[in-house]
Design a protein around this ligand. Structure first.
Ligand code: C58
Length: 523
């Protein structure tokens, strides 16, 4: 079946239970996907039976903003390898959209330099819509801004496609959601940009997670792509068993709302706080499922960038699901000072700290940190002992430790576990496990993962080592206690704040997962 696995592992042919699309998913498998998808795809990421992939494009349309200067038509791009500015000759590096590329002559410049370009465009025509990777080491990660920045010139060409009118949508999917459709049950999480609520869709009584973002926080120039990025990743993540899916998006004058399938078993942080450390067998299972999720995203040009215990959710059976595709650099929750595992940017890869350009390697580093935490019961960069010394109690000190300190592996761990940790936690991204020529296959064939049947695992055919205890769908036992006292209401809109928001930047944000709509209509 899966070309990927059969090619590399050659197990499809001789496996005692050759996986067949359609019959692998037992009724038990009505996991947290049951509220989103009518059936299970033949392989992760494949469409469900009867699903037309293009429907996702409707809600997650990517708008391209283009800037015309001197005949050039520039588009913001991210460059994850070596690229140099044709204007100032300096390197264009980093993860954001620091680079502009002319869609006609392919000239590369910094965003900050694009208005200064004097060399006119050679106007060699390239199809302005479909922009392919070229050989100079850039890659299109598929993001583009959904919104207009007032600081930037008006878009030259790319009129966003008109938002689909309600009557143009497929039958059964006309309705958009609004805040009134949901009962807010409680706050379950918070990040630097977002608050996450557990909510109930009144009409069906089904529970969802709702990520709420204040528009005022995302209209800075730097963050302008952020919303569209998240929607795009939801689109990419669709139908993968180890990634959360999207129910709908809507907005109010002050806020954006992502309604997400609810994953009931809490997060790995919560479980680690109760377990102290996990048996190798358990850590192996989680690390392997996470590896598959990361590899799936990488394969689709997405760097997750925010792997941490809080973002690894457990479903009711105990399989993992990654959440939060916001990938904000500030992804650390403020105020989490009580636990060893959080409150510090513990997962940042050395190459990011060194200011180097970086790619998927940063996710494998983070998986190394997380696996270390599962196995050792503490961070590899545990600086809690340093709390008394003010000099050693800063982010800078932590960064210095990440960059310089040789990681000590507890002697209690097996040789294979020590080896996989050393592999992922190699400070040199070129030598890091998962980052070499064979990429992901080096992880698959690492001795630590020898007992993993990868294809079965990806089909959710391996029974998880731990099943979260859940009384009912609304059972709160697995949820972090930090937020119990938080009021669930959203503060009333402030007119002066709203007056400063350019609402045109959020046009077209509304989205309804059409599969889900037709499902709900069946109820
Ligand atoms: C969980 N760490 S996106 C609570 N936080 C979040 N949970 C979920 N998504 C997100 N089903 C978050 C956060 C995001 C960005 C800002 C930081 C917090 C989520 C998605 C789907 C459940 C949760 C812990 C937790 C897990 C499960 C239930 C309650 C709490």
């Amino acid at each position: 079946m899966s070309t990927f696995w059969s090619e590399f592992l050659n197990i499809a042919a001789n496996h005692p239970f050759p996986p067949m699309p359609g019959d692998l998913w037992s009724p038990l498998d009505l996991g947290s996907n049951e509220f989103i998808f009518p059936n299970v795809p033949a392989a992760p990421g494949m469409p469900c039976a009867g699903e037309d992939r293009s429907i996702y494009r409707r809600g997650a349309r990517r708008w391209r903003k283009l800037y015309r200067v001197n005949g050039h038509i520039f588009q913001a791009k991210r460059f994850n390898r070596r690229a140099f500015c044709a204007f100032c000759q300096d390197r264009i590096w980093g993860l954001g959209r620091q680079g502009f590329k002319c869609i006609q002559c392919k000239l590369l410049v910094h965003k900050k330099c694009h208005k200064l370009v004097q060399k006119p465009c050679s106007n060699e025509h390239v199809d302005p819509v479909e922009i392919k990777d070229d050989a100079n080491g850039e890659s299109t990660l598929g993001r583009a801004s959904s919104v207009r920045s007032r600081a930037e010139p008006e878009p030259a060409l790319a009129e966003p496609p008109p938002a689909p009118r309600a009557d143009e949508l497929e039958p059964g999917s006309q309705r958009q959601y609004s805040l009134d459709d949901f009962e807010l049950i409680r706050v379950i999480g918070r990040g630097s940009y977002a608050k996450v609520l557990m909510v109930e869709l009144k009409r069906t009584k089904r529970v969802y997670a709702m990520k709420v973002i204040k528009k005022a926080l995302v209209t800075d120039d730097e963050d302008i792509d952020w919303v569209q990025t998240e929607k795009h990743v939801f689109e990419t993540a669709s139908n993968h068993p180890f990634l959360v899916g999207l129910h709908s998006c809507f907005q109010t004058p002050s806020r954006l709302f992502f309604v997400i399938e609810f994953v009931r078993g809490g997060d790995l942080m919560f479980h680690m706080q109760r377990q102290r450390r996990l048996p190798e067998e358990h850590a192996r299972f989680y690390a392997a499922e996470i590896s598959l999720a990361l590899h799936f995203l990488h394969d689709r040009g997405v760097i997750y960038r925010d792997l941490k215990l809080d973002n690894v959710l457990l479903d009711h059976e105990g399989h993992i699901k990654l959440t939060d595709y916001g990938m904000c650099k500030e992804g650390v929750r403020p105020g989490d000072t009580t636990s060893t595992f959080c409150g510090t940017p513990n997962y940042i890869a050395p190459e990011i700290l060194r200011g180097e350009e970086y790619g998927f390697s940063v996710d494998w580093w983070a998986l190394g940190v997380l696996t270390y935490e599962m196995l050792a019961g503490r961070s590899p960069f545990d600086i809690t002992h340093a709390h008394d010394n003010p000099d050693q109690n800063t982010e800078d000190y932590l960064f210095q430790v990440i960059l310089e300190k040789t990681i000590r592996i507890p002697r209690s761990l097996s040789v294979k576990a020590a080896s996989v940790l050393k592999g992922f936690l190699n400070k040199n991204p070129v030598e890091r496990l998962g980052c070499g020529e064979n990429g992901f296959m080096d992880i698959v064939s690492h001795p630590f993962f020898r007992s993993i049947e990868w294809e079965m695992l990806e089909q959710k055919q391996v029974v998880p080592p731990f099943k979260p205890r859940l009384e009912g769908e609304r059972d709160l036992a697995n949820f972090p206690p930090e937020f119990t006292d938080e009021p669930v209401h959203l503060t009333p809109d402030n007119d002066t704040v709203i007056a400063d928001i350019d609402q045109s930047e959020f046009e077209g944000f509304e989205y309804v997962n059409p599969l889900l709509m037709s499902l709900e209509d069946c109820v």
